[in-house]
Design a protein around this ligand. Structure first.
Ligand SMILES: Nc1nc2c(c(=O)[nH]1)N[C@H]1C(S)=C(S)[C@@H](COP(=O)(O)OP(=O)(O)OC[C@H]3O[C@@H](n4cnc5c(=O)[nH]c(N)nc54)[C@H](O)[C@@H]3O)O[C@H]1N2
Ligand SMILES: Nc1nc2c(c(=O)[nH]1)N[C@H]1C(S)=C(S)[C@@H](COP(=O)(O)OP(=O)(O)OC[C@H]3O[C@@H](n4cnc5c(=O)[nH]c(N)nc54)[C@H](O)[C@@H]3O)O[C@H]1N2
Ligand code: SF4
Ligand SMILES: [Mo]
Length: 726
């Protein structure tokens, strides 16, 4: 594999009139390597090429990746700040006029300071996202606490990685999404994958997954739907949505019963075995089959394959995590690796498929309600002191912990929170229980939205600020392996758009807090401060220089020293040391709980939600790309043929789908690839098409993750007049 040669080679390959900028995709946690093609006469991005030299993805990209470049110079780009003149049109895209940055900044500063003058510092809030670089994520946390001086900041990772984070923290004492590099995956003997539609959501992992089977290894998949990986699996555990805790407990019970546990590992490196074994004992294959709907033979077979495999990796994603017991599911599946000792060595371990491009880094640097850079905690006085030193404030000035994303909307509704600075997220599509969320946004006295396309959430804003896309700025992101990589700038920002970090530095000045931000005049300067702020934390990036990233093809955290010998941490726990104070991992005893809302006579179906390969999250980016829009122009509801017959509905017919919280009309897609008792809708669409009008916001008590993956629903045929009226 040509590694170090790469950056030098690229210059040689460049043709007259065109240059190639090595970087990574703007979308998911795979962070596929790509070269952006730039016309050197116009200095504009004109296309993309695969980047074979990137060792994780070897030149592979998915349909979103190959069209990502079309965002940069898209006709819908926001080019200047927008100010809403007509308050009556709040909640629509109308009523805005273009304004200068000066006017926009003045207005924001005036309104924010007025609100704080009348209602206190905590009347403002920040809601952010992790499609941003580490530098931007870091600065957003600092902006909330130091410039706005508010406790209320949280981010879209609450809907994404929070259960994985909480579960890993509890099991391992540290939260890094993967204990091993991806470049190992294809060499394992067994992949146990739960609640991940890998082929559509992390498509460039697939060549490694198929390779496991090609080499004679096994693939076990737990998913209520027959996804592409489930179709090819050696065992497909087709469970009812929301029943993973029973399934995972059953796997551990069978591993113990079959003598597949590693007794010395359990004894020397874990705590809690007895209590855990007591809880899982009742989860026989038969009993678990009653709860999950999976045939007992399949459960037995799956446990046997995993138990016998010399090396195995347990993997999962939002299917198990977006439940009101998501963090329990994470720890329960992690128990499989811990009881068998299949962790802390190459080709074995535990990994979650991190969702967003910087879903890993973005949760480490202080965008969470209770977190500070380096994965420090606001409730820990020592941690606060360390960060205060870097920020130049006193510990008394550090705001208290805030509340989670969904809880912030509750505080907007009751007017505890009056102002919002929203960036890099589109909660008016992606947050659960939309009727509640949209009323909360409508209640705000003043809202700023920072995006590069006018989103559904921007429709609620008073000021919209034009941000840059990932291709118009530089910085680092941390991919799903925990590898910190470099995003390079391919083009100057179009129009008057500005990178998020610069907007915050300039706004801080207007808010009278410029002294804490003024020195940060480039992404590189922000990176220097962010690395310093992380030093000594769990997620220590202090040794990850941009030069080292280039040289090594990325650097895995923790990396505690800039010295060349410190090459970071590709494998976690190689020394069998976990991050709890006693160095042991925790085997968690987790009794089963059903989903928050079980089917009943009025709502007999189980609704689950998720993704398709062509769209990304709220769809504000991908619905604008012609090819992606053509491939999947609207949402649909997947229904099993038996169920369709019972409701007398046919393929492509429009039906009403409703829950206790809302309703929407969807085209029916009849497919055998779903359980009879379950329906599925992708969530990438806004306004009246948003499936989050229907979802439930029951929260996981530990992670505050909403239960996107299971609620009770019903289908109704449309009345004749409704059909004709369409
Ligand atoms: N194409 C595409 N790729 C993406 C994204 C995207 O929007 N589009 N988003 C990125 C992001 S941010 C994320 S978080 C990831 C998400 O990646 P995934 O988690 O893989 O995606 P989902 O479609 O949300 O859900 C995964 C699977 O969980 C299954 N599932 C539903 N309920 C249950 C359950 O109760 N138990 C189990 N075991 N499985 C269940 C669904 O049938 C689905 O196949 O993808 C990333 N990649
Ligand atoms: N029903 C249901 N709902 C879900 C899920 C589900 O499975 N089912 N999954 C949840 C998950 S896992 C996630 S991650 C969330 C994601 O939900 P959102 O946070 O809404 O995700 P995005 O659509 O990525 O929103 C990002 C917005 O910021 C803009 N943007 C992108 N990059 C930047 C940047 O660098 N700066 C600025 N200022 N703006 C930028 C984009 O144009 C877009 O409008 O949705 C959650 N919602
Ligand atoms: S797999 Fe993810 S990172 Fe790779 S091209 Fe597709 S969306 Fe981009
Ligand atoms: Mo996500």
């Amino acid at each position: 594999m040509p590694k170090d040669k790469f950056f030098k080679d690229i210059e040689n390959k460049t043709h007259p009139g065109e240059k190639l900028i090595p970087t990574h995709c703007s979308y998911c946690g795979m962070q596929c390597g790509m070269n952006l093609r730039v016309n050197t006469h116009t200095n504009q991005i004109i296309g993309v090429e695969p980047r074979y030299e990137w060792p994780v993805t070897l030149g592979k990209m998915c349909p979103k990746g190959v069209t990502a470049y079309q965002q940069t110079n898209h006709k819908d780009r926001l080019l200047r700040p927008l100010i809403r003149d007509n308050a009556a049109l709040k909640g629509t895209k109308d009523g805005f006029r273009e304004a200068s940055w000066e006017e926009a900044y003045d207005l924001i500063a005036r309104r924010f300071l007025e609100l704080q003058g009348s209602y206190g510092k905590d009347s403002l809030s920040v809601f952010s996202g992790v499609s941003m670089t580490n530098e931007k994520c870091y600065l957003t946390g600092k902006f909330a606490r130091v410039a706005l001086q508010t406790r209320y900041i949280d981010y879209n990772g609450r809907y994404c990685m929070s259960s994985a984070a909480a579960g890993f923290m509890r099991s391992f004492g540290v939260d890094r999404g993967s204990t091993l590099p991806w470049t190992d995956l294809h060499e394992t003997d067994c992949l146990f994958i739960a609640g991940s539609n890998t082929a559509e959501c992390h498509p460039t992992s697939m060549f490694r997954i198929w390779e496991v089977q090609n080499r004679g290894g096994y693939l076990i998949v737990a998913d209520p739907r027959e996804t592409p990986i489930a179709r090819r699996a050696d065992v497909h555990l087709d469970l009812r949505p929301g029943t993973d805790l029973a399934l995972a407990n059953c796997m551990v019970h069978l591993l113990i019963q079959n003598g597949h546990i590693d007794e010395s590992f359990v004894k020397e490196h874990t705590n809690g075995f007895e209590d855990m074994a007591e809880v899982v004992k009742e989860f026989t294959a038969e009993y678990t089959s009653e709860i999950t709907g999976v045939a007992p033979e399949k459960l037995i077979r799956a446990a046997e394959i995993y138990g016998k495999a010399p090396n195995a990796v347990v993997m999962f994603a939002r299917g198990i995590e977006q439940q009101h017991k998501g963090s329990d599911n994470v720890s329960a599946y992690t128990n499989m690796a811990l009881v068998t000792g299949k962790i802390g060595r190459p080709k074995s371990g535990v990994a979650t498929f991190t969702g967003q491009g910087n879903g890993q880094g973005g949760r480490e640097h202080g965008q969470k309600a209770d977190a500070l850079p380096g994965y420090r905690k606001i409730v820990n006085p020592k941690h606060v002191e360390e960060v205060c030193k870097v920020w130049g404030i006193t510990p008394e000035e550090m705001p208290q912990p805030g509340v989670s994303a969904q809880e912030m909307f509750g505080l907007m509704l009751d007017k505890t929170i009056r102002g919002l600075y929203l960036l890099c997220s589109n909660p008016a599509v992606s947050a659960p229980n939309q009727n509640f969320v949209r009323s909360a946004l409508r209640q705000l006295d003043f809202m700023v939205c920072c995006d590069f396309f006018l989103s559904e959430s921007a429709e609620f804003a008073d000021v919209v600020l034009p941000a840059t896309t990932w291709s118009e700025d530089e910085g680092t992101v941390t991919n799903l392996e925990g590898r910190c990589i470099k995003i390079n700038k391919a083009q100057e920002p179009i129009g008057e758009s500005k990178p998020d970090w610069l907007i915050q530095v300039e706004l801080a000045e207007r808010l009278g807090r410029g002294q804490y931000f003024r020195h940060l005049q480039s992404a590189r300067k922000v990176n220097d401060e962010f690395r310093l702020a992380s030093k000594g934390g769990y997620a220590d990036y202090s040794g990850i220089t941009w030069e080292k990233i280039e040289k090594q093809n990325g650097v895995f955290w923790p990396c505690r020293s800039e010295a060349e010998e410190d090459t970071g941490t590709p494998y976690m726990f190689l020394d069998k040391k976990f991050y709890h104070p006693d160095g042991r991992a925790k085997l968690c005893a987790l009794p089963y709980r059903p989903p928050a809302e079980e089917p009943c006579t009025l709502y007999p179906l189980r609704l689950t939600t998720g993704r398709v390969v062509y769209h990304y999250l709220s769809g504000n980016q991908t619905r604008r790309i012609p090819f992606l829009k053509d491939m999947c122009p609207e949402p649909f509801v997947e229904v099993h043929p038996e169920m369709a017959a019972r409701y007398n509905i046919v393929h492509d017919e429009r039906v009403r789908l409703y829950t206790r919280r809302g309703e929407a009309v969807y085209k029916v897609k009849i497919t055998e690839a779903i359980r009879q008792d379950t329906v599925f809708v992708p969530y990438h669409y806004g306004h009246e098409e948003s499936v989050n009008l229907l979802t439930i916001d029951a929260l996981d008590p530990m992670s505050k993750m909403p239960e996107f993956k299971a609620c009770a629903a019903q289908i109704e045929k449309l009345h004749k007049e409704e059909v004709n009226g369409q």
